[in-house]
Design a protein. Sequence first.
Length: 122
Amino acid sequence: MNSLKKTEEIKTKLRDLVKQTLQEAYEAEIEEFIGYPRRKPPKGEDFKSSNTRNGYGKKSVKSDSGEVELEVPRDRNSEFEPRIVKKRQSILDDLEDKIVALYSKGMTTPGIYRRSWRICTG
């Protein structure tokens, strides 16, 4: 019974790690797409004519360690297309394994995002 509990704890920690990494990747993607950081929109006319953030949508994806609930950022013009986990993608495939492997090598979350982004965009 004790090993079963430890297995569940490990899976929970893996899900949390994957979720944190993907959430940070989403934030970096929307920031790059919109052109300014969260809560720091451009001033004046640039802001009035530009696309803006528009909250978040919920998304569930399946991974080896279980289901991961994500909050996907949205933009007002509905033009944002996430690259790390695409729209209508419901399974993480081997992305979870890559994230865990990079963390185990000491890479930081931003470093993992940059590497994953290069993989996703070719």
